[in-house]
Structures are given as structure tokens and as C-alpha cells.
Design a protein around this ligand. Structure first.
Ligand code: IPD
Ligand code: CA
Length: 256
């Protein structure tokens, strides 16, 4: 299987996102945790088409289907899907929202595709083969943090992490040019990969938020770990700290 097959399927899924109407029906499970009909439609589409390309693969997806990492996913192939990363952006017609498809092999990141259909930005990476945006090789910036924008996610579904998130953000602001919060974790990591931004952190995201984008960032020369500097698990929820190659030392605001 070629990564281009995944890219073409994800591009088609992008058309579903672009043609969807502003959703009327919203399900809410906890603070700001929405699922729309379009999340479900895109997930169904991706599962059907990706299964044709790689019939032996398992699936782990945010909406419907399997949403827990099972030990059987540690061997062989497993697609990890977020049909809309940035669902609240999607609902409020804020931008961007992206589609994220990661492929694990034996529990390790193997391929990743993240697509923003609004700006037609297709990010992709294969382990050991670099990161690309619309077919062009990308690299994270080699500028120091003081010359970079930095971004963070608010871990909106976890009230207990709110104070710590904003404490870190407050200390990070004077160390960088300014802070951003896009509304999609996958896109944030791709922006660090692209060199738009020097750093992204969030105290809790799920495997489907980072499975594809963390590989893209790594292949673009970023250092990507959890908030304590440990290797990402690729097994489920974790904190994430993604730093461009120019940021040599972990900034003080992340040191306990
Ligand atoms: C969310 C987005 C958001 C991040 C949250 C994620 P969703 O994903 O990536 O930027 O702050 O932690 O859960 O719910 O829009 O798929
Ligand atoms: Ca998500």
C-alpha cells in the first residue's frame, strides 16, 4: 500500500467536510465535546475506503467504531482516525478543521496524513522518509523560541487541567513572540512541522488527535514528547510537547 492511496481517500473525505451544512444536530458529551452528523459520515467513509486498501487493518476512531486501544492493535496495522479534528471550529464555522488519519504498524507510527480542506493543505509523512505538505518537503524552523509564535490547546474536556494549562501559557507568553490557539491539535502540530510556529503543547489529547500529526512533526525535525519529556506512547491519551528543531532546550515553563 502506498501513502498516496491514503492521501486520495482523505482528499475525498475533505469534500464531504466542505459540502456539509452547518450542523443542526449536535450531541454533547461533557463540556464542549460535540459530535456532528458530518463527523460520523466522514468516519464511515474513511473506514469503508481504507478497508478496501488495507483489509487486514484494525481501526481506532473518534466517532463510532472502536475507540479504545486494544492489545490486538499492537501487532499488524491499525488506522487511527479523527474524522474532524476541530469539531467546535466546524460547528461555529471557525477555521480550520482537519481530517487526520494515522497508520500504526506493530503499535508504532508508520504513516500519517492530515488534511485541511478549507486551505487545501495536505500534510503527510512516512516513518523515516520526511514530512511533506502538498508534495513539498517541509522542515520545522531553526529559529529560537524568542523569534517564534507558540501555540497551545486548552484540553477543553478536562476541567482539572485548566489551571495548569493557563499557568504554563502565562509563563510561555513572554518567552515567544505571541501565543495562538487554533482549535485543532493535529493542525497545531502540522504548523510546527511547517515552520509557522515554534512550539505546541497541550496537557491531554487522545491518540486520534496525535497519531498522524506527531509523525509529521517528527519527520519535520521536531522534538515531540509528553510534557515530562518522555517518548509518546501511541497507546492513548497523553500530554504533548512539540518543539521545532531550533528550540534546543525545554523552556523553563515546562520544568516542574
Ligand atoms: C480537539 C481539538 C482541540 C484540542 C482538543 C481536542 P476534537 O479535538 O484538537 O484543538 O484542544 O484537546 O480534543 O474534539 O475537535 O476532535
Ligand atoms: Ca480530535
Amino acid at each position: 500500500m502506498e501513502i498516496n492511496e491514503i492521501i486520495e481517500i482523505v482528499r475525498e473525505a475533505g469534500n464531504i467536510m466542505l459540502s456539509a451544512k452547518r450542523p443542526k444536530v449536535m450531541e454533547k458529551s461533557g463540556h464542549a465535546n460535540f459530535c456532528t452528523e458530518t463527523d460520523e459520515r466522514i468516519q464511515e467513509f474513511l473506514m469503508k475506503r481504507l478497508k478496501e486498501v488495507l483489509p487486514e487493518a484494525e481501526f481506532l476512531g473518534e466517532e463510532e467504531g472502536q475507540d479504545k486501544f486494544l492489545s490486538k492493535m499492537e501487532s499488524g496495522f491499525c488506522f487511527v482516525i479523527d474524522p474532524i479534528d476541530g469539531t467546535s471550529n466546524f460547528i461555529y464555522e471557525y477555521r480550520p478543521s482537519v481530517i487526520s488519519v494515522g497508520l500504526l504498524r506493530d503499535g508504532e507510527p508508520f504513516m500519517g496524513v492530515v488534511y485541511d480542506p478549507y486551505d487545501d493543505m495536505m500534510f503527510s509523512a512516512e516513518a523515516g522518509h520526511g514530512a511533506y505538505m502538498n508534495g513539498e518537503r517541509i522542515m520545522s524552523t531553526d529559529s529560537p523560541l524568542s523569534d517564534c509564535l507558540a501555540s497551545f490547546g486548552t484540553a477543553p474536556y478536562y476541567e482539572e487541567l485548566r489551571d495548569r494549562s493557563f499557568d504554563i501559557a502565562k509563563k510561555l507568553l513572554p518567552l515567544c513572540v505571541d501565543l495562538r490557539r487554533s482549535g485543532t491539535a493535529a493542525f497545531d502540530m502540522c504548523c510546527v512541522a511547517l515552520g509557522r510556529c515554534g512550539l505546541y503543547f497541550e496537557l491531554k489529547i487522545q491518540l486520534w488527535d496525535y497519531a498522524a500529526a506527531a509523525l509529521i512533526a517528527k519527520e519535520a525535525g521536531c522534538r515531540i514528547t509528553d510534557i515530562d519529556g518522555k517518548t509518546l506512547s501511541y497507546r492513548g491519551a497523553t500530554s504533548v510537547l512539540c518543539m521545532a528543531r531550533g528550540i534546543k532546550d525545554t523552556p523553563d515553563c515546562f520544568l516542574a
